[in-house]
Design a protein around this ligand. Structure first.
Ligand code: 7TS
Length: 415
């Protein structure tokens, strides 16, 4: 059980929104930050702000040490075999673009195929479209069924000796589906393909072991796991990184520069051109310490219990259709739904008046919504600081929406 005082770690949760206590249910978009993460950010700027890997004065060494210590923590968080395999980026989006640009251009040729799924976030779709157009490669898509589960027989059919890469999300940001990465990776490797896992929605919510998953690339963001915005990472196996050409060129990624040619540093520095996002990368380590102290299994268990409760309570609301797997074992706490009487944007707007923060729209997954046959959904997404009381507030808010848009069929939540 998570401690009941966890909410107190997050100062924003005691704020009011539109005169009501804030009920924050949009952690799939970004998580809130505990006080110690906020403090660590201020401490960096107040006490040891300096560029990394260059100064030989005291605070520059302190900043470099903290930056590299954070790399070690973030790498260990996903059980990476070596910290040098973890490249700091701006976000999941930048990490995936790094792979598409640097690895993709060196390894994908005309006629090659990349397998994605129909449930991808645009950041694990558009970079591959750009690469495929440039290389005359072909994208193939694994569909999902009415339960929001990938149709693995279709994956088996699409996987051939032309497949260079299988790139898919670990956990869907809309359906909540947790995909069977280990099984997919084993098959992909047997076919000679590499596997990229979009971990933006899994790393914050479950214990991740990139070695056990069998991934070759794993991308994730600090801001969805209690860390700051503007920091993310790409993990990849060292041999793959070592063979990859750089992504961006510039300072700090070089060994020797002549006017006509340059030799590069070893990974990870080869892929970290220019001054990195020092402050936020350092503070990400603080967020990792915070999550680890609570325990990722405890967080997963808490969210699973809350998801069961939320699914039951949402299921009581007339005209509400929830998407994604019915089994809480197969999903995380992203709860996307439609309500027959109101458009998702209207739902979110009415909820906002009650201090409830949810997201409405396509959640950067337009093809997924097309496959569901809807243009938009309302999404409530859970994290460690949410409680049953938040769900009750959401459910009461949804009855308000119902009764506002359909007064003739006015109903009330069950006591
Ligand atoms: N992949 C998945 C599965 C995501 O959910 C997101 C962000 C990203 C990639 C991109 O992460 P970023 O940190 O680079 O932006 N998802 C969401 C969302 O669902 N609502 O806002 C952002």
């Amino acid at each position: 059980m998570l401690s009941a005082t966890i909410r107190e770690d997050f100062p924003i949760l005691s704020q009011r929104m539109n005169g009501k206590p804030l009920t924050y249910l949009d952690s799939a978009a970004t998580s809130q930050k505990p006080q110690r993460v906020i403090d660590a950010l201020v401490r960096y700027y107040r006490e040891y702000n300096a560029n990394v890997h260059r100064g030989i004065y005291k605070i520059a060494e302190q900043a470099t040490q903290a930056y590299e210590a954070s790399r070690v923590k973030v790498a260990a968080f996903i059980n990476a075999p070596r910290p040098e395999e973890l490249i700091f980026t701006r976000s999941t989006t930048e990490a995936i673009n790094l792979v598409a640009y640097a690895w993709g251009r060196a390894n994908v040729r005309a006629g090659d195929e990349i397998i994605l799924t129909e449930m991808e976030h645009h950041s694990n779709l558009v970079p591959w479209q750009l690469l495929a157009a440039e290389r005359q490669a072909r994208l193939r898509f694994v569909p999902f069924d009415e339960q929001g589960m990938l149709q693995l027989h279709e994956f088996d059919r699409l996987l051939t000796d032309r497949t260079r890469l299988v790139a898919l999300t670990h956990q869907s940001n809309v359906l909540g589906t947790i995909n069977p990465i280990r099984e997919i990776a084993a098959k992909a490797h047997a076919a000679g393909a590499k596997v990229l896992v979009d971990g933006a929605q899994s790393a914050p919510h479950m214990s991740v072991d990139v070695q056990a998953l069998g991934a070759d690339f794993f991308a994730f963001s600090a801001h969805k796991m209690c860390g700051p915005t503007g920091a993310g990472a790409l993990w990849a196996r060292y041999d793959i990184l070592d063979a990859m050409p750089p992504f961006q060129g510039g300072g700090e990624m070089i060994m020797l520069v002549h006017l006509d040619k340059t030799t590069y540093k070893d990974p990870p520095y080869k892929f970290e051109a220019g001054t990195p996002n020092i402050a936020d990368c350092i503070v990400w380590g603080e967020a990792v310490d915070y999550l680890k102290a609570i325990g990722m299994q405890a967080i997963r268990d808490h969210e699973q219990r809350l998801t069961v409760y939320a699914m039951r309570r949402l299921g009581e609301i007339p005209g509400l259709r929830l998407f994604g797997p019915e089994s809480p074992m197969r999903r995380g706490g992203a709860l996307s739904f439609e309500l027959d009487v109101a458009h998702p944007h209207d739902v979110a707007q009415v909820l906002d008046q009650d201090g409830i923060a949810v997201r409405a729209g396509h959640h950067c997954a337009q093809p997924l919504h097309r496959a569901l046959g809807v243009s938009a959904t309302t999404r409530a997404s859970l994290y460690l600081y949410n409680t049953e009381a938040d769900i009750d507030t959401l459910v009461a808010g949804l009855y308000t929406v119902r009764n506002l848009f359909s007064p003739k069929t006015a109903t009330a939540p069950k006591p």
